[in-house]
Design a protein around this ligand. Structure first.
Ligand code: PEP
Length: 425
C-alpha cells in the first residue's frame, strides 16, 4: 500500500504536488491549466496542487485555475522594487495572483550564479509578501560520486533557509541536478537517505516546526514512477518539471496520489481515527487570536494550514486572507475553515461570497454544533476582539467534531441555497 497512507496516519501533512513549467508556456497553453483544474475539481485529491508558470502567465493562469489549484512563480527578486530591470519582486508575483514561489532552483543557481545567501534573501522576501516558498537544494553528479551529497544538501539548507521558517509557508525540494530533465532518478534508498537527512537538518534548525515542513522530491518524476517515489518515507510531495506541462501526464501523477488518499480514507473510517485538516486566516483584528489558536489546535493534533496574515499589519484587511481560505475550503484543499477578523462579521461576509462555502459567525456551542449538523457549515467565523483564546478553541473543537446530518430536510434547504450560486444576477 502507498506510504502516503502511512504518513497521514502518523499525523503528518498532506502531499504538495507542484509543477514547474520553467521557461515554457504561452497563452495557448492555458488549456492545460484548465484541464488540470477541472480534473482536480472532479476528483478532489487531498494533495495540494500548484503549477509554477512563467511570471508572464501568472495572472491568466490564476483565471484558468478558477481557485481549484494554486499558481506560483519560479523566482523572485529579494528587493521590493528598484532599479533591477527585468526582475520581479515577490510582491509583484503576489499581486499577479501567485500563492507560492520557487527559490534556489538549481537552474538559477547554475545559470544566474545564485548563492545560498541570495536564495535566503529571496525566501525572506517571499514570506514578507505572503507567498509560500519552495526552496530547492540538490547535489551534482560529481558531488554524489565524491560521497558529498548529504553534506552539500545540509550546507545548502544551512545557508539558504532563513530564520523564521514555518511549515505552512515553506517546503524544501530535494532535486539532484543529475536527475532534472534527464530521465534518471536516484534509487529508493538514495531518496530515503537524503530525505531523512533533510528532516534531521530541519529539526535541528527549527525544532518541532521542522517536523512538519514538507520535503518534496524533484527530478524526472512521471506517472510511471510517481507512485513508488511518493510512497517513500519523508517524501511529502513532488516538484515536477517536464511532466507538468501536459495535463495528461500531470493528471497521471495526481491519480497516483488520489489512490493513496482513497486508501487512507477507507482506513481512517475503519479505525475511526480521522484527523481534520483545518485552514485558518485572519486580518490584523484577529491576528493575535490566530497565533494562539493555531498553536493550540496543532498541539491537539489537528493539521492547520495558515492562510495569513503572517505578520501583524494594522493596515491589512480581511478579504485578502479570508477569500483564499474560503476558496481552499470550497475546493477541498482543507476540510474546514476558521476565519477571524475583529468582530468576525467581515470574515463571515467575505467567506459566504465564495460558492460552496457556508460560513457562520459563532458565539455558542449549540450553534457551533448545529450549524454543521443542520446546515453543513464549513467555516466558523470568530471575532478576535470578542472571544478569548481558550473559549475560541472550545468552539472550534465543537465545530470540527460535528458532522452534517444528511437528513432529507437539511439536504433540501442546502440545495435551495446552492441554486442561488448558479443564478445569474
Ligand atoms: C524541475 O524542473 O524542477 C524538475 C524536477 O524537472 P523534471 O521533472 O523535468 O526533471
Amino acid at each position: 500500500m502507498c506510504c502516503v497512507v502511512g504518513r497521514f496516519n502518523e499525523g503528518s501533512v498532506r502531499p504538495l504536488i507542484a509543477g514547474n513549467w520553467k521557461m515554457n508556456g504561452l497563452s495557448s497553453q492555458l488549456g492545460e491549466i484548465e484541464a488540470i483544474a477541472a480534473s482536480v475539481a472532479a476528483t478532489r485529491p487531498i494533495a495540494e496542487i500548484l503549477i509554477c508558470t512563467p511570471a508572464t502567465l501568472i495572472a491568466r493562469a490564476v483565471q484558468s485555475a478558477a481557485g481549484r489549484i494554486g499558481i506560483g512563480g519560479q523566482d523572485c527578486h529579494a528587493a521590493v522594487c528598484g532599479p533591477f530591470t527585468g526582475d520581479f519582486s515577490a510582491q509583484m508575483l503576489k499581486d499577479a495572483g501567485a500563492c507560492s514561489v520557487i527559490v534556489g532552483h538549481s537552474e538559477r543557481r547554475q545559470h544566474h550564479g545564485e548563492t545560498d545567501a541570495m536564495v535566503a534573501a529571496k525566501a525572506s522576501a517571499a514570506w514578507r509578501a505572503g507567498l509560500h516558498v519552495i526552496l530547492c537544494i540538490g547535489e551534482t553528479q560529481a558531488q554524489r560520486a565524491d560521497g558529498k551529497a548529504l553534506s552539500v544538501c545540509g550546507d545548502q539548507i544551512a545557508g539558504s533557509l532563513p530564520e523564521g521558517a514555518t511549515s505552512s509557508a515553506t517546503a524544501l525540494a530535494y532535486e539532484p541536478l543529475w536527475a532534472i530533465g534527464t530521465g534518471q532518478t536516484p534509487t529508493a534508498e538514495q531518496i530515503v537517505e537524503m530525505h531523512a537527512h533533510i528532516r534531521q537538518c530541519l529539526e535541528l534548525r527549527l525544532g518541532e516546526e521542522g517536523r512538519s515542513v514538507r520535503i518534496l522530491y524533484g527530478g524526472s518524476v512521471k506517472p510511471s514512477n510517481a507512485r513508488e517515489i511518493l510512497a517513500l518515507p519523508e517524501v511529502g510531495g513532488a516538484l515536477i518539471g517536464g511532466a507538468s506541462l501536459k495535463a495528461d501526464d500531470f493528471e497521471g501523477i495526481l491519480r497516483t496520489v488520489s489512490l493513496g488518499i482513497d486508501a487512507l480514507r477507507v482506513e481512517q473510517r475503519t479505525d475511526g481515527n480521522c484527523m481534520t485538516r483545518v485552514g485558518i486566516a485572519s486580518d490584523h483584528g484577529g491576528f493575535a487570536l490566530k497565533v494562539t489558536i493555531t498553536r493550540s489546535l496543532r498541539s491537539l493534533g489537528y493539521e492547520v494550514v495558515d492562510y495569513g496574515a503572517y505578520q501583524l499589519n494594522p493596515a491589512d484587511d480581511y478579504p485578502e486572507f479570508i477569500i483564499p481560505l474560503a476558496k481552499a475550503v470550497a475546493t477541498g484543499q482543507v476540510e474546514r475553515g476558521v476565519a477571524l477578523c475583529g468582530s468576525g462579521v467581515g470574515a463571515s461576509i467575505a467567506a459566504n461570497k465564495v460558492p460552496n462555502v457556508r460560513a457562520g459567525l459563532i458565539h455558542d456551542d449549540f450553534s457551533a454544533r448545529q450549524g454543521v449538523e443542520d446546515d453543513d457549515m464549513n467555516v466558523i467565523c470568530l471575532g478576535g476582539k470578542l472571544v478569548e483564546a481558550a473559549r475560541a478553541v472550545e468552539l472550534i473543537e465543537t465545530f470540527l467534531s460535528a458532522r452534517f446530518s444528511g437528513a432529507a430536510r437539511h439536504q433540501r434547504r442546502l440545495s435551495e441555497v446552492q441554486a442561488l450560486e448558479h443564478e445569474d444576477t
